[in-house]
Design a binder for this molecule. Sequence first.
Ligand code: AMP
Ligand code: ZN
Length: 113
Amino acid sequence: MCLFCDIIEGKIPSTKVYEDDKVFCFNDINPAAPVHVLVVPKKHFDDIRDIASADDGQEYLGAVAKAINVIAEDKGLGSGFRVINNCGEDGGQTVMHVHFHVLGGVKLNEKIL
Ligand code: AMP
Ligand code: ZN
């Protein structure tokens, strides 16, 4: 059982922001900024290492990049935004289905680098 697979399949409700054949994007349930969207490949990959090593990983990463830009445009994030991927235990990943946080709608100051 995977929480994000269930959301993609509609078994668990979410607020959809964008979808194409490769990605499903929805609002984070615990937003850290006025805009906080999760960009999630429709195929289950555990994390960025898993997607990078898969034969079809590049197609999914390309779709992720496109989705991020469509969302940024739709949400009016022309002055900037941040994309975060937490990978594995030390990276703070809590849902083990690869996803990219798109944060914006405010000046983001909590930089660690
Ligand atoms: P991470 O800690 O990088 O693995 O991110 C997991 C994210 O999933 C967190 O920001 C959670 O708030 C979010 N999340 C957990 N459950 C749900 C849910 N049912 N719907 C939307 N977002 C969720
Ligand atoms: Zn999954």
